[in-house]
Design a protein around this ligand. Structure first.
Ligand SMILES: NC(=O)c1ccc[n+]([C@@H]2O[C@H](COP(=O)([O-])OP(=O)(O)OC[C@H]3O[C@@H](n4cnc5c(N)ncnc54)[C@H](O)[C@@H]3O)[C@@H](O)[C@H]2O)c1
Length: 441
């Protein structure tokens, strides 16, 4: 650990791997705020959280950022190349944040954990359960935190949904749908460097997979999926324009079902459909449009980003430079009533919470009690990597089903924890069932 007690203000040194869109949206404002203010928590006092090193492919964005940020950030080392993470780790960091493209999270996170550094990974954490196993075992062996960012869990609307479910006001989810639509510029230019072979489901449906998994609990049973191609890449290629997946969960039946009969009611199932696309016209009204509907035994929950409250039109600016339906809760720049400029929202709050968790482990009491503090932070299932199993299982299944469709074997189904294994892919074209992951999910 580099946490340095000899200085008057204790320090948690940060490293950032990947400096793309999400860095700019959430990590940059977080690091700039703690650069200005430090981080205070009653459990460990004030700590400095300097961003000391960054890693990216070319370093171009790092240099642009260094120049544009000026004194809003301290000095940092910029590491570049195909494997810049080892260079970054040499700078001496207490934690790293991994925000590379989703199929490059694993290698970066593994290198950091192996060096005994706490890790925060952008969603989706990793793409297979065996990768997840390796990272969680490494974190356990090294005694550090391995966490993942699903910032939609901190969206006040989703927190309210979960609160109503937890308090039994919304009872037993029956089924639901979610959709997230992004403009073509996302797939066509923003992500052009890494988009080949990728799909919008892994990239964004995963927000809703996690929301469903975390909010309603239950056991994931079945995954099906399909998708469309031809706009981002060739119609018979491996790159997907849009995709639709269905997950079926199983829940223990509520005890009120068959009162006094002595009959154990069968488990109940709920289906969730998640539709995603990154090829919508750049000027479509939502720009990024998100919608969910969940139906319960006794209620319906509807959430729609365009109905959240604000719609704003500015000639020449909306919807491309300025969004028409602004999400002022995620990460928005404000002029505060007291004159200060700020950027705040749940996208930033989730990063701050992780750093508080690291601070608590490293600074929240005597070194002899560190293990207890580490274990307490590992119990926080909203961001714990070890608690991401069903979400990763759904992502791995989606990727496998789309890959088979690309190889002219559409309509495969993945079943979870059946008699053949943890994740088993069934092919209607007659091939033998394929075990994607052997151990129970
Ligand atoms: N939470 C959210 O809502 C949200 C939104 C956008 C992106 N993300 C996630 O963040 C991650 C990054 O997405 P983005 O939109 O910022 O992508 P991006 O393409 O804008 O940026 C990717 C960055 O990673 C760097 N990079 C690529 N390969 C690397 C490697 N091997 N080592 C080090 N750096 C490397 C690139 O240089 C670039 O700086 C993805 O996992 C994505 O799913 C999350």
């Amino acid at each position: 650990m580099n946490a340095d007690d000899s200085k008057s203000t204790p320090t948690l040194r940060a490293g950032m791997i990947g400096l793309g869109m999400i860095f700019d949206d959430t990590y940059r404002p977080f690091f700039e705020r703690v650069h200005a203010e430090g981080l205070y928590d009653r459990r460990f006092g004030i700590v400095d959280v300097p961003l000391v090193a960054v890693a990216s492919r070319t370093g171009a964005r790092a240099e642009r950022y260094r120049e544009s940020a000026g004194c809003r950030i301290g000095p940092f080392v910029s590491c570049i190349g195909v494997q810049p993470v080892h260079e970054l780790l040499k700078a001496g960091v207490d934690f790293v944040c991994v925000a590379t493209p989703d199929d490059r999270h694993f290698a970066a996170a593994r290198a950091a954990l192996a060096a005994g550094v706490h890790v925060l990974i952008e969603k989706p954490s990793v793409l297979t359960l065996s990768q997840l196993d390796e990272l969680t075992q490494l974190a356990q062996a090294k005694g550090v935190l391995a966490k993942v960012v699903y910032h939609k869990l901190l969206d006040p609307d989703h927190k309210k949904l979960r609160t109503l479910v937890a308090d039994g006001i919304l009872q037993h989810v029956n089924n639901g749908y979610c959709s997230l639509l992004e403009p073509r510029s996302i797939s066509g230019s923003q992500f052009a460097e890494w988009i080949t072979g990728r799909n919008p489901g892994t990239y964004v449906a995963v927000h809703y997979i996690k929301l469903i998994d975390f909010t309603f609990g239950g056991r994931l049973k079945t995954i099906t999926a399909t998708g469309q191609r031809g706009i981002v890449g060739p119609a018979d290629g491996p790159t997907w324009d849009s995709c639709q997946m269905r997950m079926v969960y199983e829940y223990d039946s509520p005890p009120f079902e068959k009162p006094g009969t002595g009959i154990t009611p069968p488990a109940r199932q709920a289906a969730f459909d998640i539709h995603t696309s990154w090829v919508n016209p750049d000027n479509f009204p939502g720009y990024v449009e998100q919608e969910v509907q969940f139906r319960f035994d006794n209620g319906v929950w509807n959430g729609h980003s365009r109905k959240r409250g604000v719609e704003c039109t500015v000639e020449g600016l909306t919807p491309t430079k300025l969004k028409t339906t602004l999400n002022n809760h995620y990460s928005a720049a404000f002029l505060e009533p007291w004159g200060e400029r700020s950027q705040r929202g749940y996208g930033i709050e989730t990063l701050e919470r992780f750093v508080r968790e690291v601070g608590f482990v490293e600074r929240g009491g005597p070194a002899t009690e560190r293990t207890g503090r580490l274990q307490a932070m590992q119990q926080l299932t909203y961001n714990e990597l070890a608690a991401d199993r069903q979400t990763v299982a759904a992502v791995q299944s989606l990727e496998a089903i789309l890959d088979r469709q690309y190889r002219a074997r559409p309509d495969c189904v993945v079943r979870v924890n059946d008699e053949r294994g943890g994740l088993v892919l069934y092919d209607p074209h007659g091939d033998k069932p394929e075990v994607l992951y052997e151990s129970p999910v």
